[in-house]
Ligand binder design. Structure first.
Ligand code: CAA
Length: 293
């Protein structure tokens, strides 16, 4: 079956990036969120990010307009999924919310639709189990910023069929991405390493080992990371990191994955990183200013 229509659930940081790359690859996209202001913001972000390429002469104005024109925002889940060939869910990383969303999608999406979650850590098998077609359920994990990052992790749940994996490999290739196939495990391949590494940097800040600026500089220059771990934490979102850490502790039953108290405190304060204007850096000025802890 050829995939033509894609529903993207959630218009946040990941959702708008996924909608962007799908539309740019020629798919018809319906992007769903629960408030119009989230959809408006996502449409603005998609246009701005496409215009980066326009300024550099990598795409034409016509291509920008065509891509934006292939994304339709909607507040209705029914409208988003009713004729979708592929549903990609990118709602916040909260188990109950994901399960509730998938139960609703299962009632409204066509029988043939492939169901893919962009979860960063949660069990594919658990989400698949609330649908009637677990063989068509798969993990399709993108990385931020989606238009730039080359990887899609494809995650196989207990019942995911080879045909479903093949279909996602083909879509990913059409999006210009490379794929790796991972068997289900909390955090899959990338976040299993990334989240403990970022947490360790936060523990080091908490213990006064180095300043935010120096910790970032050390890892950037010492390990050749494109961003230091605290800049990356702000970029990913501290709320997402905390959800993943708590989920790891619950799933692995191992306290080595515990979140630093500082991370939890910052999330409680709403300082969740770049999207909030404040995290380990303050983004209110022209240039991010590191905070002191
Ligand atoms: N949309 C489209 N294009 C973008 C973009 C965006 N949001 N952000 C940057 N770009 C483009 C720029 O236009 C530029 O394009 P050209 O090469 O054509 O000039 C290119 O990307 C590089 O950008 P910049 O020159 O502005 O900046 P940079 O060289 O510092 O790179 C970065 C920016 C790509 C974000 C880089 O810092 C980086 O790779 N950081 C690490 C990102 C990372 O680790 N992401 C994974 C996070 S983990 C995750 O997402 C999964 C999870 O589950 C938690």
């Amino acid at each position: 079956m050829e995939i033509k229509k894609i529903a993207v659930l959630g218009a946040g940081q990941m959702g708008n990036g996924i909608a962007h790359v799908c539309a740019q690859a020629g798919y018809q996209v319906k992007m769903r969120d629960i408030e119009q202001k989230f959809i408006d913001k996502a449409m603005d972000t998609i246009r701005k990010n496409l215009e980066r390429g326009l300024k550099k002469g990598k795409i034409t104005e016509e291509e920008v307009e065509e891509t934006v024109g292939r994304v339709e925002g909607t507040l209705s889940l029914d409208d988003a999924v009713k004729d979708a060939d592929l549903v990609i869910e990118a709602v916040p990383e909260i188990v109950d919310l994901k399960l509730k969303t998938w139960k609703e999608v299962d009632e409204k999406a066509p029988e043939h639709a492939i169901l893919a979650s962009n979860t960063s850590s949660i069990s594919i098998t658990q989400m698949a189990s609330v649908t009637k077609t677990p063989e068509r359920f798969v993990g399709m994990h993108f990385f931020n910023p989606v238009p730039v990052m080359k990887l899609v992790e494809i995650i196989k749940g207990a019942a995911t069929s080879d045909e479903t994996v093949d279909a996602i490999e083909q879509v990913s290739e059409k999006l210009g991405k490379e794929t790796v196939l991972v068997n289900e495990a909390p955090g899959f391949a990338v976040n299993r390493l990334l989240v403990p590494a970022i947490n360790e940097a936060i523990f080091a800040i908490q213990e006064g080992v180095a300043t935010v600026e120096d910790m970032d500089k050390a890892i950037k220059l010492g390990l050749n990371w494109p961003m230091g771990p605290l800049t990356l934490a702000d970029f990913v979102g501290l709320d997402t990191l905390l959800y993943i850490s708590d989920y790891f502790v619950e799933e692995f039953k191992d306290s080595k994955y515990r979140a630093p108290a500082l991370l939890r405190k910052m999330v409680r304060a709403g300082w969740v990183g770049r999207k909030a204007g404040k995290g380990f850096y303050d983004y209110s000025g022209e240039k991010p200013e590191p905070l002191t802890f």
